[in-house]
Design a protein around this ligand. Structure first.
Ligand SMILES: Nc1ncnc2c1ncn2[C@@H]1O[C@H](COP(=O)(O)OP(=O)(O)OP(=O)(O)O)[C@@H](O)[C@H]1O
Ligand SMILES: [Mg+2]
Length: 398
């Protein structure tokens, strides 16, 4: 994958990211007893990649653990407990990376974070932790032991520059405006942009306008996130309603997205209750539109669902929320059965390629359409992943 092939080997290759400067400074000044670093920000902006680049550039021995793979407290100690005390076997400087720490507390064992704090207190080597949201309640205590380093979204100009470099190295001709479109669609997520470029460019020497159509899948969810963000974060009804009129998404689809994510955004039970109350009222109009085909009611539905949900909160939550796709919406253009089939296939693929079904859906699906256009590739992949014809048909139709 190009994200791996073109991962930054030096700190200065991490583009459009102020956080790397802070990371390097922190590292050079770190001594036992000082705070560890917590790199935080949206997915795909270079958190993990910066730590790799730091280790490469300074020839450090990197000890790495993905916190979401650790099942319990003893697991974390097993992997890094000794290495924070011992000298490097290779007599090199060491750095310890605890990746995706937000994943740790999702497991049944809450002791993982406590154990981590203990390890931080005794470490003789610098530890870097990464997370999407530093202000996640679960990380409250851990935060006291960390210097927070924010990794912001990658700016469009930096993204396009990086994509241009990759095209050049791959010998692919691509108009700058198309790269801009890819970048814009990725919304600050460099990983998504590189993945899209790879999907579009596979097997081609030149990328054209038409090749970009296949990006539809991600474009859709990207836009909806923007809509949700405004509805959940704003305190004015107008902003919220304008967002819907400016989006080409079906208000009914947005309705289900809001319904699914109320509890991801709002934390106070009273706010949650108010938001659901508004949704239940909007739902009455939603049905009238649907059953009686009375389009006049659509406006009421929109006003109540947006305004009601926006105003349900006391204050805006200053946090990054991962919005999940609605479980009851027919997202993939099919029935519940189809969705189940998709999840099941992605889980199977995940097992083969050692990753979760969510990662398969997010990062692999866009590639399949391309792969299946080529008969040889299709057959190879089919054998390799044990896919049935109907699986392939479904993956192509997404
Ligand atoms: N700022 C950047 N400059 C250059 N390449 C980048 C940058 N950010 C991401 N990439 C590319 O995207 C890949 C994935 O980035 P990375 O793993 O660092 O994301 P992350 O911020 O750790 O995301 P997550 O929160 O999902 O773990 C990198 O291997 C690299 O190829
Ligand atoms: Mg990461």
């Amino acid at each position: 994958m190009w994200t791996i092939k073109y991962r930054p080997r030096k700190l200065k290759e991490v583009v459009g990211q102020k956080g790397v400067v802070d990371l390097e400074k922190w590292f050079e000044n770190w001594k036992p007893g000082k705070k560890v670093a917590l790199l935080w920000g949206d997915p795909g902006v270079g958190k993990t990649a910066s730590v790799y680049a730091l280790a490469d550039e300074k020839n450090l021995e990197l000890i790495e653990i993905n916190a979401s793979d650790v099942r319990n407290a003893s697991g974390i100690r097993e992997v890094i407990g000794e290495s924070v005390k011992q000298r490097s076997l290779l007599n090199r400087r060491k750095i310890i990376l605890i990746d995706e720490v937000d994943g740790i507390s999702g497991t049944s064992d809450r002791g993982g974070l406590k154990e981590l704090i203990k390890i931080i207190k005794e470490t003789k080597y610098p530890i870097v932790i990464t997370a999407n949201d530093a202000y996640d309640k679960k990380l409250q205590t851990l935060r006291n032991y960390c210097v927070l380093i924010k990794f912001g979204k990658v700016h469009l100009t930096s993204m396009v520059k990086r994509l241009e470099e990759i095209c050049k190295k791959e010998g692919i001709e691509c108009d700058k405006n198309l790269l801009k479109r890819i970048g814009r669609q990725a919304g600050g997520d460099m990983r998504a942009a590189i993945n899209d470029l790879e999907a579009i460019a596979s097997g081609k020497k030149k990328i054209t306008d038409k090749d970009l159509d296949v990006l539809g899948y991600r474009e859709k969810s990207q836009e909806i996130f923007e809509v949700l963000k405004v509805i959940f974060k704003t305190k004015t009804i107008k902003n919220s309603i304008d967002m819907i009129s400016n989006s080409d998404k079906d208000p009914e689809e947005i309705f289900w997205w809001i319904e699914e994510n109320v509890t991801n955004e709002y934390e106070d039970p009273e706010e949650v209750a108010k938001a659901y109350d508004a949704l239940s009222k909007a739902d009455i109009f939603r049905k009238w539109v649907k059953v009686r085909q009375n389009w006049r009611f659509r406006k009421y539905m929109i006003d109540i669902m947006c305004g009601g949900v926006s105003l349900a909160k006391k204050e805006m939550y200053r946090k990054f929320t991962r919005y999940n796709p609605p479980s009851r919406l027919v997202m993939y253009g099919g029935s519940k059965g189809k969705r189940k089939q998709l999840n099941e296939v992605c889980k199977r693929i995940g097992e083969k390629v050692h990753t979760s079904s969510r990662v398969v859906i997010r990062e692999y699906l866009p590639f399949f359409k391309f792969i299946f256009e080529n008969k040889n590739w299709k057959n190879n992949i089919k054998d390799e992943l044990d896919l049935e014809d109907e699986d392939i048909e479904m993956l192509t139709k997404l």
